[in-house]
Design a protein around this ligand. Structure first.
Ligand SMILES: *Cc1c(COP(=O)(O)O)cnc(C)c1O
Length: 434
């Protein structure tokens, strides 16, 4: 399977290049040159498989020309050892797809771990080394750090804004050791991102290292996220109702992955884009006008994105046709008060605890079902509520249970390098530790 850039539909690069480069030089986004149509039979025959089983079947349809099938099977199972179960709140009507059973307790584990496994394969084969630089405002860094931990041929440097990530997020970034280095920047997330962006354009650093990015622009973070839509369909198809997915969205990688599954033939009746007050996509679906804004802060902060980086990809997946997109995708947005209310209501009604992002997805589903009551609704649960413990407890007035793995993490000692937001210092540090 080869890939093209959304800015140059006639060029092609290999899987290895799309994976290791992340973004084409023309600043477009990589897309698979053909998305295999697997057909309804494929999707109806796979109800029993685990996430890894399904992931392997789809991966072999996509990549068997680039990676031997037996190796591919090992890689996918190594990347995805956890499941993504559908939990029913009301059977046949309201379900949540729990995507938080991986090591960092958020759905980003699926993409980060799959991408890490694939990179590890190509680097080992070519005996190369890659240095990954990531700036994080919280969640991405944890998934990347844990996903790339111990992968041969890969060194990871994570930059995060000092004092501006939660204690739990900081522990996920700073306690791993091995091939993961955390740099604590005296500055904002934007400062961290600027340092990383400057590094990618620095001639000397590029001579010294093979630099790579692990942000959600990389198509290999997105492809594996299509697997859990398929897995979820397998769990509810016996109910015999049209299936709709509501995806709480920020950069729209997660929803684009759903669209990818749909392109492969997954019978989805409707997608729902649910956002917080960063509502550029729901507005677009209503008006046809795409007008990005500076992001606004909300309690579902992993979705505080004013100009979603995967918007172009989403539109591409729906054939660059606004009418097609509008038919398949409904959009809704909600403020913090509505989000808190939904968290409280779901807890009272079903005894189920949601993180604020998941609550936005749930609200999107409810809005859609007001006009379309007879569908099997699945809201994507993107993070474990314990990741937002203080907020969740203030809403439901009950202690939130912390998973054992998290408790263990909290007892570890932070190891980070503290630095000013100064490129010369950052560069010096990278060169010294080369
Ligand atoms: C990253 C993230 C999102 C948004 O996902 P996108 O793919 O950027 O739309 C939603 N919820 C949580 C918990 C996240 O970490």
């Amino acid at each position: 399977m080869n890939f093209y850039s959304t800015n140059n539909p006639s060029g092609r690069v290999s899987m290895e290049e799309a994976l290791l480069r992340s973004q084409p030089a023309d600043r477009g986004l990589y897309m698979p040159e053909t998305i295999p149509f697997l057909g309804a039979d494929f999707f109806h025959s796979i109800s029993g498989g685990t996430l890894a089983d399904i992931g392997f079947q789809i991966s072999s349809a996509l990549f068997k020309d680039a990676i031997p099938v037996s190796r591919l099977e090992e890689l996918v199972h190594q990347a995805l050892p956890f499941d993504t179960p559908v939990v029913a709140l009301e059977v046949g009507k309201t379900h949540v797809l729990e995507l938080f059973h991986g090591p960092s307790l958020a759905f980003k584990d699926v993409g980060a771990r799959y991408m890490a496994a694939m990179m590890g394969y190509f680097l080992e084969k070519s005996n190369r080394e890659v240095h990954i630089l990531v700036a994080t405002s919280g969640d991405t860094g944890g998934a990347v750090a844990m996903g790339f931990l111990g992968v041969p041929g890969i060194k990871v440097t994570i930059l995060y804004p000092s004092g501006r990530v939660s204690e739990l997020q900081e522990k996920q970034l700073t306690t791993l050791g091995q091939n993961i280095t955390a740099i604590e920047i005296d500055g904002s997330f934007d400062d961290c991102q600027d340092l990383v962006k400057t590094a990618f354009t620095d001639v000397e650093l590029n001579q010294e290292f093979s630099l790579a990015s692990a942000n959600s622009i990389n198509i290999f973070r997105l492809i594996p996220q299509s697997f859990y839509y398929v897995r979820a369909f397998g769990q509810v198809k016996h109910l015999g109702k049209p299936v709709v997915f509501s995806t709480p969205s920020g950069n729209f990688g997660n929803l684009s992955a759903g669209a990818l599954a749909y392109k492969m033939g997954l019978p989805v009746a409707q997608f729902i884009a649910a956002t917080n007050l960063n509502y550029v996509v729901p507005k677009y679906l209503k008006t046809g006008l795409y007008s990005p804004n500076p992001s606004v802060e909300t309690i579902s902060n992993a979705m505080d994105v004013g100009n979603p980086s995967n918007f172009v990809r989403l539109v591409h997946l729906f054939d660059d046709n606004f009418e097609t997109l509008k038919q398949q995708l409904s959009g809704y947005f909600f403020d913090d008060e509505q989000t808190r209310q939904a968290m409280a209501e779901v807890y009272q009604q079903f005894g189920y605890v949601m993180c604020p992002h998941t609550a936005v997805g749930y609200l999107g589903l409810r809005s859609y079902q007001q006009a379309n009551p007879d569908v099997c609704g699945i809201a994507l649960a993107t993070a474990h509520p314990a990741k937002f413990k203080d907020l969740v407890e203030s809403v439901i007035h009950k202690p939130v249970e912390i998973p054992v793995a998290l408790e263990e993490l909290m007892s570890r000692t932070k190891q980070s390098v503290r630095m000013k937001a100064d490129f010369a210092d950052f560069k010096e540090f990278l060169l010294q530790t080369a």
